[in-house]
Design a binder for this molecule. Structure first.
Ligand code: X2X
Length: 345
């Protein structure tokens, strides 16, 4: 008799849960705070995207899901190339990560770092918003995280403290800070530079002390980090690679949420991703590129390349592209090349 009553009570509880009404009862399994990892804070478009995502999630889930931002990849002591592993292991609940930082674990993400693959913003969109983007999400899902939306860090332009760079020969011997992927070592070695790998946290003091001469990052990172104040006085607009950002959630965390809350988090990520991309491109897509004028006004020399000058950089790095194509996945790269060729400009 006692057993029967227990069973009945359990059945009633299960029924109540499936009816979905007691949101607060379910929310008891929720963490009081979810930890979002980011490389940079809200002064940067990337960090702003994190803030927008967190605010939208809070609003759409009526406060059931509270997200705290951890910029500076502080949950993993600033070691940005460990972010993906930490996400999978649950040290990090969610993140907006650069394809570059996750490419040591997910080799296909090196696609976006193939030198001179994406000539313009329409080419980036053709990849992330098309079949390649879908395929990449399947790959990320198999790699153990839940991908939700695309954002953008941006076109990574070359900067240095020594002189204007207009030809590959101008790069000769320059010590250039690069991020974690070995592909970047190959690219900068092919260009005759002296690449040195370090985290973003270590890079900034290295510019200030002159331990390295240059770096490559989107101009939104340049201005927000005030790289002109640490000697970076020369910018070359070469658009050699662009790194998209990916909004993801740890699998166990994802599965702990109700279907309705999952949908709210996904929707919030899609909206935040769109808004973040607009912020990341601000000043660069309007006629006259006002951001370039702002940077020049800070005493920085901006070098724009003619198509022929740019072609010289493409030529020198072509062997690197060819070497890495099979490592990224020949089919995937072919699919990307086709999508770019067919893009609407
Ligand atoms: O470290 C960088 O250069 C940065 C901030 O752009 C990334 O995290 C890829």
């Amino acid at each position: 008799m006692k057993l029967r009553r227990t069973l009945l009570t359990a059945a009633a509880a299960a029924a109540a849960l499936t009816l979905g009404v007691p949101a607060t009862a379910q929310a008891q399994n929720y963490k009081s705070e979810y930890r979002m990892s980011l490389v940079v804070g809200t002064a940067f478009p990337w960090g702003k995207g994190g803030e927008i995502w967190a605010n939208k999630v809070k609003e759409k889930t009526q406060g059931r899901i509270n997200i705290k931002l951890y910029p500076g990849v502080s949950l993993i002591q600033g070691d940005q190339t460990r972010e993906f592993s930490a996400l999978r292991q649950g040290v990090i609940d969610m993140a907006i990560g650069s394809t570059i930082n996750w490419s040591p674990q997910v080799k296909q993400l090196n696609l976006f770092s193939l030198p001179f693959l994406m000539p313009d913003y329409a080419a980036i969109d053709a990849l992330t918003q098309g079949e390649v983007g879908k395929q990449m999400f399947t790959i990320l899902d198999k790699a153990g995280v839940v991908p939700l939306a695309w954002g953008e860090n941006g076109y990574r332009e070359l900067t240095n403290s020594k002189h204007a760079v207009k030809t590959p020969a101008d790069l000769k011997g320059l010590k250039i800070r690069i991020v974690g992927s070995p592909l970047f070592i190959d690219t900068f070695t092919a260009l005759g530079a002296n690449p040195t790998q370090m985290s973003w946290a270590d890079a900034q003091p290295a510019f200030a002390s002159g331990a390295v001469d240059g770096q490559e990052n989107p101009l939104s990172i340049f201005t927000a980090a005030k790289l002109q104040n640490v000697g970076q006085k020369y910018v070359t607009m070469w658009h050699y690679v662009a790194d998209p950002l990916v909004f993801v959630v740890n699998k166990d965390v994802w599965n702990s949420w109700t279907p309705a809350d999952r949908e709210a988090v996904r929707q919030a990520a899609v909206e935040a991703g769109k808004e973040e991309i607009v912020i990341a491109r601000k000043g660069l897509v309007e006629p006259g590129q006002p951001l370039l004028k702002d940077i020049a006004a800070m005493g920085v020399t901006i070098t724009e390349l003619t198509p022929d000058e740019r072609a010289a950089f493409v030529k020198v790095t072509k062997p690197v592209y060819d070497k890495w194509k099979p490592q990224v996945g020949t089919d995937l790269v072919n699919m990307a090349e086709k999508a770019i060729a067919a893009r609407k400009k």
